[in-house]
Design a protein around this ligand. Sequence first.
Ligand code: ADP
Length: 464
Amino acid sequence: MSFIHSIKFRFTIWYLLVLAVLLSALSAGVYFYLSRSLYRGLDDSLILRSTELHDIPAILESIRQGEFQEELGEIVILYFYSGDQLMEVSPRGTNITLSHEFISQAIAGTSLFATIQTEEGEGLRLLAVPINISILGPPPGIQPAALVIGRSTKQIDQALAGLLRTLIIAVPLALALAAGGGIFLARRALKPVDKIAQTAQEIEETDLSQRINVNTKDELGRLAATLNEMIGRLEKAFQRQKQFTSDASHELRTPLAVIEAESTLALQKERPSSDYRQSLEIISQESRQMSSLIDQLLTLARADAGKEQWNFTEVNLGKLITNLGTDIEVLCQEKGLSFQLGQPQDLVVKGDEARLRELFMNLLDNAIRYTPAPGTVSVSLRREGQMAVAAITDTGVGIPAEDIPFIFERFYRVDKSRSRAEGGSGLGLAICRHIAEAHKGKIEVESQVGAGSTFSVWLPLQSP
Ligand code: ADP
């Protein structure tokens, strides 16, 4: 990625733009404030001077003695009309030309300021004040005149020019320093982003063990931690997937090996037909087991891919369990178990009837499978608040406490050989949990080794 397109660059440019506008506004403010206050000071000194010189004899005396404040570049000129002629009295020959209008206005009685340039190119601030002078005549009397006092603006101009020079150097210098600092800070702050990108590039589909090594407590640190958690979850999911595939292959290999061994054995030599029958029965049983395993694998694969078709309708759980009871009773009798069906209430849930039947059938199958005769399998249905709770209880082998957290995992079996011998695949409970969760419900287990187990299915009731 080129620097121009980087966030660092954009950050810095924006920051510099804002800073440039602020510094320029501040500099202009300082310049104009200083210029105003310096000129105000000069104007005040001119007003003060005009009051000192208001007295004509004082002026004439000052003019005569040349007492003007030369160091201030002061000039004093008195204007008055003699007939139509504008007369001018000044201590030294001035080289300034004032507009006729400016002087006439002052003679007419208005005090006014002006700034002009002398012929030498120097600035001069002028104050013209009206004044009355007495003349000896002819005819003698009092006559309006204008006293113009001027002082050089050289010092003010020099001070302002100095300030301007300083600002012209200081502002770009400050901006350059700020740009350097900005790039440095942006680079430092965004370094973790490069690290995150680099780690993300290094992560391979097959190796998710890498983690982003950013341990700051800021937003980027939190982002890195969140991404690490996500990679961790992906790694676990990937591991599970790998485990599942290897377990599935293993599970399929066992019945296939039995089928192969049995058929090879049967074909080795001529045998009595009863031996063939026995072999075919074994092969048929293993094929059934394989076929049911493949069905379950397909169900889980569809669940994982989110491609299941659910047919949600109103399901009367009481009726569903009563109907199942008839089949279960037969299966229990075959195994020498007694079956008890409580008085199921008419509880209605919103669900997929076929999948709920599969859920209960799996749990009842397990209850029968893991209960040796003589024992009892019972089913009850009750209401708990807004939930329907179907409990399947057996007096079977029970599940050790340390195994309970894992029995819903795929291919997890407490006693592998027993489960297989009984036709179990280790996928039944994983499918049950999936169906319960798809109905926004859950399955709870209570069990005691040697005493039996109770699987309770909680399903939300259809709201009225
Ligand atoms: P399986 O096909 O092996 O029965 P499941 O997923 O249905 O697989 O069950 C997982 C394991 O949980 C079983 O192998 C068994 O050890 C244990 N289990 C399930 N139901 C019961 C039960 N009612 N009594 C005792 N153990 C059970």
